[in-house]
Design a protein around this ligand. Structure first.
Ligand code: CUA
Length: 397
């Protein structure tokens, strides 16, 4: 009997020892898992940071993006150094001078002129330096350097929800209006005047330049250039851009592309710009269907007539359900890569799907909402008619 409490105590202590072993084991496995998770997360972030992304500000393809990236890098590394130094000194002071048992009360110190002067001068130099660097960068991104080749000018208009590109003179005085795909020759400055004709949009091609707002009634200007020595791929190269300002329901679906081309290829594209040919009976039928059903909003035979654009815009701004709306110029649709403001590749199948149910592909677009063709939710053309339209638009023979 006398032994039993002892034994019990012994067995209890054994139990509790094994218990505490178990929880220690659990704790350390939890710690291991946290460490592994942390490492994996860091690796993931690192890997993501390293990918050559389609829209990365870390990869500058031209001088404007490069200047902006340089300024960003200098600012960031300066701040990293300041952060590490300040936090380092703070941590050192916290640990080195922490309260210890039996320590006498510290003596209050007031002011240290040398230290205060140093701590004022250093930030002043840093801020002034960054300020001056920023001002020079601002001047640089304002307009192309005077010794660069003659610039190609493009007027860009933001619409809900697509981009319009107008070249007043793309070469030999030829005017071009296109949509959602900006073709540019390599190694030549491109100057842009940006405007919106409804709400505020923002124009952004991360690899070429920072974003800039497109504001109704106020023209913003910018320039950029794609440099052949910064692009290690064979031309033409496609860069990705998008609207960077919340502009309504389809904001996230308002994308565009910049296609950087050899100057000779650009010139051929300019020369070929014109209405689709009608070599087949099907295309002829498509042309007729287009004229009846689409031509109120879309132009297909060259640049839009400014008076027609103005009337579409007026119709759009004054509301009304069936007014013509500003719509992408389709003259060069057959040479484009994408449909519906960069949403999908341009192919016969995708164009058919788009024509049958635009709302399904790009919710809120004005074609589905306002075109007479889609009054009852589906296209009021039969399959052969849609095929004829596609044959014409895409110049299928
Ligand atoms: Cu246009 Cu967002």
């Amino acid at each position: 009997m006398g032994l039993s409490p002892f034994r019990r105590a012994g067995s209890l202590s054994m139990q509790s020892a094994s218990n505490s072993d178990g929880s220690k084991g659990r704790q350390s496995s939890l710690k291991n898992r946290t460490v592994i998770f942390g490492l994996l997360a860091a690796l993931f972030l690192f890997a993501v940071g390293c990918t050559k992304d389609k829209q990365s500000t870390w990869e500058a393809f031209g001088p404007v993006a490069q200047r902006q990236l340089d300024l960003f890098n200098v600012t960031m590394w300066m701040m990293v150094i300041v952060f590490v130094l300040v936090e380092g000194v703070l941590l050192y002071a916290i640990i080195r001078y922490r309260k210890r048992p039996g320590q006498p009360k510290p003596i209050p110190v007031h002011g240290n002129n040398t230290l205060e002067i140093i701590l004022t001068i250093i930030p002043t130099i840093l801020v002034l330096g960054l300020g001056i660097w920023s001002v020079f960068t601002l001047f640089y991104v304002e307009k192309p350097p005077s010794d660069s080749p003659p610039a190609l000018h493009v007027n860009v208009t933001g619409h809900q929800w697509w981009f319009e590109f107008e070249y007043p003179d793309a070469g030999n005085g030829k005017k071009i209006i296109t949509a959602n795909e900006l073709r540019i020759p390599v190694d030549r400055p491109i100057t842009l005047s940006l405007l919106s004709d409804d709400v505020i949009h923002s124009f952004w091609v991360p690899k070429l330049a920072g974003k800039i707002d497109m504001v109704p009634t106020h023209i913003n200007k910018m320039w950029f250039q794609a440099d052949s020595n910064k692009i290690d791929e064979e031309l033409p190269v496609t860069l990705y851009g998008q609207c960077a300002e919340l502009c309504g329901l389809a904001h996230a679906l308002m994308r565009f592309r910049v296609i950087v081309m050899e100057p000779a290829d650009f010139d051929s594209w300019v020369a070929a710009y014109g209405p689709p040919p009608t070599n087949t009976a099907k295309a002829e039928e498509g042309k007729r269907l287009f004229a009846t059903n689409c031509s109120l909003c879309h132009t297909i035979d060259g640049p839009d007539d400014p008076a027609v654009s103005a009337s579409r815009l007026k119709g759009f701004l004054t509301g009304g359900d069936i007014t013509p709306v500003p719509a992408p110029n389709l003259t060069d649709l057959r040479t484009r890569q994408t449909l519906a403001a960069g949403l999908m590749d341009l192919s016969e199948t995708n164009l058919r799907a788009w024509l049958h149910d635009p709302e399904e592909i790009k919710p809120a677009n004005y074609m589905a909402e306002r075109a007479l063709l889609y009054r009852d939710g589906t296209v009021s053309l039969n399959d052969e008619e849609v095929d004829a339209l596609i044959a014409y638009l895409m110049d299928l023979r």
